[in-house]
Write a protein that binds this ligand. Structure first.
Ligand code: GLY
Length: 277
């Protein structure tokens, strides 16, 4: 029993990065799956996201884009389906914002803390190495969702996106969990992850719930994005209205499947690279 899904963000990808993206997503999902087998479902989510933050390949952690002042400000959140949640917004000088979000959840009486500063020099990424990262994992008893991002390239200092907002970028409750990626300023308006998890809790499959969520995002806001979800049985949901949203899913059979790499079908001329979200 148990399943994990990790994503590397909704957007467009340069062909030459895809091999590394696949390897790191697999490494992340298998690391989480290993912890899941030892019964550590919250660790599984945190550690899977840390692999992605540390890789420098995505717009999160080491690969985060810079704001209009040339600084790296990051957002992250984590939620457990029993109602525990923690989030951080616009944090600086921190290697793993997802761990800070877990710290907020477990060691403080708060849910969201903004503006925390560590002492690490984070260079960030000029071009935006990829997109927001996230993970949803279940051991059949609980679902845990986590999301981490550097936000939008050139954003105003202090801007906080959906990845720090419980219900928007991350949500888990009852029978499901979800992690979103994309236009954070729009995703916040439709509470995308809350919407998807509420549909799962009402009995929709995670796949149908994710499709309905992306449909809502597009109809209400014209926003671009994606979302991944799991239910307690480990059934996968994912949907996006961008070119790609690289995903690795490890289901109850323990085998990793890579999905959402549609960009590989494009010609070199048609591959414009990615946009960071
Ligand atoms: N989805 C990430 C952001 O907009 O900050």
């Amino acid at each position: 029993m148990g399943a994990i899904v990790v994503h590397g963000g909704a957007g467009k990808w340069k062909r030459e990065k895809l091999k590394d993206v696949k390897e790191v997503l697999k490494e992340s999902a298998l690391k989480g799956a290993e912890l899941l087998r030892s019964g550590k479902v919250v660790d599984a989510c945190e550690e899977a996201v840390k692999v992605l933050e540390d890789s420098g390949l995505f717009n999160a952690g080491r690969g985060s884009v810079r704001n209009s002042r040339g600084e790296v400000e990051m957002d992250a959140s984590i939620m457990v389906s029993d109602g525990r949640a923690g989030a951080v917004g616009a944090v600086k000088g921190v290697k793993n914002p997802i761990s800070l979000a877990r710290w907020v959840m477990e060691k403080t009486k708060h849910t969201l803390i903004v503006g925390l500063e560590g002492n690490l020099e984070l260079e960030g990424s000029e071009e935006g190495s990829g997109d927001t990262v996230g993970c949803v994992v279940t051991d059949g008893r609980l679902v845990v969702a986590g999301t981490s991002t550097g936000g939008i390239k050139g954003k105003l200092p202090g801007r906080v996106g959906d990845s720090a907002v419980i219900g928007a970028g991350t949500y888990a409750w009852g029978r499901g969990g979800a992690s979103a990626t994309g236009d954070g300023d729009e995703i916040i308006k439709v509470c995308l992850s809350f919407f998807v998890v509420s549909l799962i809790d009402l009995g929709l499959s995670p796949m149908k719930a994710c499709e309905a969520g992306i449909d809502l995002l597009l109809r209400r806001t014209k926003g671009k994005g994606g979302v991944v979800a799991l239910d307690l049985e480990g059934n996968l949901g994912y949907a996006h209205n961008t070119k790609s949203m690289p995903v690795c899913y490890v289901g109850p059979d323990g085998k990793p499947s890579l999905l959402g790499f549609e960009v590989e079908e494009e010609t070199e001329e048609g591959n414009e690279g990615h946009e960071s979200r």
